[in-house]
Design a protein around this ligand. Structure first.
Ligand SMILES: [Zn+2]
Ligand SMILES: [Zn+2]
Length: 281
């Protein structure tokens, strides 16, 4: 779980290598929206962080997993497909909920905002194919095992658990955008978790806005973390804070361990993510 700059999936014993391309709730210099590159071949969400990839790195992405259709999670998808197309042989497979796919087809790849890459350059050999999934579905993906996790957001949304194939492997879990949602915790408490990325989009002074937009703030994050299995000891990384709020959000979150200590609970290893970070386990 140490930052490094070695190859995307080098022979260094690490099974999962997660490169943080974007982990902010909005853009500004040095801040990019949600996108994580897993083992160089699987992109989880396609926010503006994708713009930091080289053309060759983009061309190696065979699969994109989308948590939901909000712009901060899909903004770079149309542009990435266009940029990488000339260097690729086959289509990129975009995995998402049926409702997310329908939104992309209707509002983005509609021939007005952007071309329909599911029929270009030809229906036989398109740049992109959509593959729908459902909450709870498990499937193999580029040498990994993927599971679609429940989330509660203002539009249909999911989280993901990814692990190397094989029983007992530790999972990287990503909440996606979500409010308080016990079903998510019920499921991940059954998994061997190696690392959790969870959103906290707002600070507590915007708690009402967080609730209305079905995001988390530190106080609702605390309610979530109270659902974590008592024996769990995996590190927790915070994502999706707005650039202007990120420092404040992390200050409030660090206070959670003070309250946990007062309640007799073990402190959590909890930290913020930053763009460019690489985590392995
Ligand atoms: Zn969202
Ligand atoms: Zn978002």
């Amino acid at each position: 779980m140490t930052p490094d700059c070695t190859s995307e999936s080098g022979p260094d014993g690490a099974s999962l290598r997660i490169r943080v391309l974007g982990c902010a709730g909005a853009i500004a210099k040095g801040h990019r929206t949600t996108s994580f590159l897993v083992n160089g071949a699987v992109l989880v969400d396609a926010g503006t962080g994708v713009g930091d990839l080289t053309l060759d790195e983009m061309a190696r992405i065979d699969h994109v997993l989308l948590t939901h259709a909000h712009l901060d999670h899909i903004a770079a998808l149309p542009l990435m497909l266009d940029a990488a197309a000339a260097r690729r042989q086959g289509p990129v497979t975009v995995h998402a909920l049926p409702a997310t796919i329908a939104a992309l087809q209707q509002h983005i790849f509609n021939g007005l905002i952007w071309p329909d890459f599911t029929v270009l350059p030809s229906t036989e050999q398109p740049f992109m194919v959509f593959k729908p999934f459902e909450v709870g579905q498990q499937f193999p993906l580029a040498g990994l095992h993927a599971e679609v996790l429940p989330a509660a957001h203002t539009v249909p949304a999911v989280g993901f658990a990814l692990a190397p194939q094989g029983s007992g492997a530790l999972h990287w879990v990503f909440s996606g955008d979500t409010g308080y949602h016990p079903a998510f915790w019920h499921r991940i408490n059954q998994l061997p978790v190696g690392m959790l990325f969870i959103e906290t989009a707002f600070s507590d002074r915007e708690a009402s806005l967080a609730a209305a937009s079905q995001h988390l703030c530190p106080q609702s994050l605390a309610r979530c973390l109270a659902l974590m299995a008592p024996h769990a000891a995996y590190p927790v990384y915070i994502t999706h804070a707005k650039p202007a709020e990120a420092t404040h959000v992390m200050t409030e979150i660090r206070q959670l361990n003070v309250f946990r200590h007062a309640s007799g609970l073990a402190p959590l290893a909890i930290d913020g993510l930053f763009a460019g970070q690489v985590l392995k386990f």
